[in-house]
Write a protein that binds this ligand. Sequence first.
Ligand code: F6R
Length: 617
Amino acid sequence: MCGIFGYTGKKEAQGLVLEGLKHLEYRGYDSSGIAVLNGARHISVKKTDGKIRKLEEILKVHPLKGTTAIGHTRWATHGTPSPHNAHPHLDGESEIAVVHNGIIENYFDLKKTLEEEGIRFQSETDTEVIVHLVAKHYKGILENAVRRALKELRGTFAIAVMTSHESGKIVAAKLDSPLVLGLGKGENFLASDVSAVLTHTNRVIYLENGEMVTLTGEEFKITNFAGKAVSRKPVVIDWDVTRAQKGGFEHFMLKEIFEQPDILAAILKERVTGTRIHFDELKIPAAQLKRIKRILIIACGTAYHAGLTAKYIFEEFTDIPVSVDTSSEFRYRNAVIDKNTLLIAISQSGETADTLAGLREAKKKKALTLTLCNVLGSSLSREAKGVIYTHAGPEIAVASTKAYTAQLAVLYLLALYFAQIGAGSSKKITPALKEFMHIPVLMRKILDSYKRNESQWRDNAHDFSQRRKNAPNFFLYLGRHINYPNALEGALKLKEISYIPAEGYAAGEMKHGPIALIDENPWVICLAPKSKTYDKMISNIQEIRARSGCVIPIVTEGDEEIKKLNPIYIIQIPEVSEIFSPLLTVIPLQLIAYTMAREFGRDIDQPRNLAKSVTVE
Ligand code: F6R
């Protein structure tokens, strides 16, 4: 995790680096820092614990002048969040500065050796060994010193390094942590994520693993770690920067929830022509996909829930067996896969360390690999045989919402595509697409209804918070069949942004344990739209009510049955067939989490301890 940003050019660098770091703050926000190189060949550093705005306040009072700078926003791995552990780190002479994203696995041994050589460490971080190694090898040319230092490092890293001896120069290197160059006119940028450079340029180069770059305002030179020149053409990014701003919403999360109907409509427009589905960027030929005997999906967190839902979707539209695993479990299993297996890695960021490791493991076992991700040019998208982009636009809130529904939308289309190429029932395609086309309109209806009833939602959240003062209340989420993964997703969303304990369960599992939790305290969110398991959900609700449990059901409009069971509040969704219902039931779940977190005054877009891309294991 962590975000790094670098600038070199003719402009004052401090403001540009601060702005860049704000775009990367989702990657970590427990401390931050900046090092600026000025014309007098001096490196000045400011670091602080807390968020970028605290660093900004410090820099307002003590600005750092200079036109080359590197900055960092941190998610602590080694050492507590504190000013002395914040990056950039300096060598003993304060002549070299380093920022780092990743983990140096052999730092302990390196530190021991360096200490024996007389180096005094200022922090508890793994990163600090890098700056001392570069200093040790420095003989007047920074890239040579960095290259020699890299030879001694094991682990994952994206680093940026400057020295007071060479003005206007930044050297950066990448291994398993993302790094992108932004190419301007008379200025160049470095960042962990393309969204941070887009206000300045849309011409970018993604560094590959094992590559370094030497950057000045006028030029850049890419080499591999051995020093061999690499030539790479820039790509032009078409993301609209305004999509990464709040657009009048109180939080990015709410904005992203409200963007979902438009994103789904755009996905359908892009991928469906008449009754034909196409994935133009997919490099795997249809004939090869058709030969696949099974699909294995790996992902983490919310993306994993999309994978779980996909199992039901594929079972509906195709005849291919699907299994789903969290990437962190899959990567250490001795999974039986071969060339007839299609491994689908789902990831918003495309950088999640465990998913990347899982994909590599599958490649070793000769599986065909496909990445489904949101961030263009990400590591997962480059390493898989095929990639399908979800095109949800930049997701800034740490809690994933629009990326999830975009993943689901693409997975529906992918399953239907399999049917189209002969690996499923072609009869189902046309009616399914017809209904799918209408989903964005139905999603919008739910959001409009939330807007109309917002005060009621807030009153409910307030009621819960008042009760919580006297009793240890929490949330249970129950769902069945294709809405079971959404029960998990609803609970995850609530936990991560409101910090209220929550569990998601397959409703059929209630009697096997969780029912012991039921009394008048917990609130039980029951996903009960019209479906083949509706009657079973009614029984679950009755059982909860019989034990004085508080129920909030999510039902299909016009449901009279559940009203009779005296729920504390009913949330209605428009009528939709069961198979597509997760695209609708998830919206109230996102809004419940949002409203509760707002009621409790939480930092909704940047919840504690989390980071948007988990690039460490
Ligand atoms: C939850 C959330 C995380 C991510 C998970 C995977 O709201 O955002 O659980 O879903 O860290 O991240 P990606 O999709 O980037 O691989």
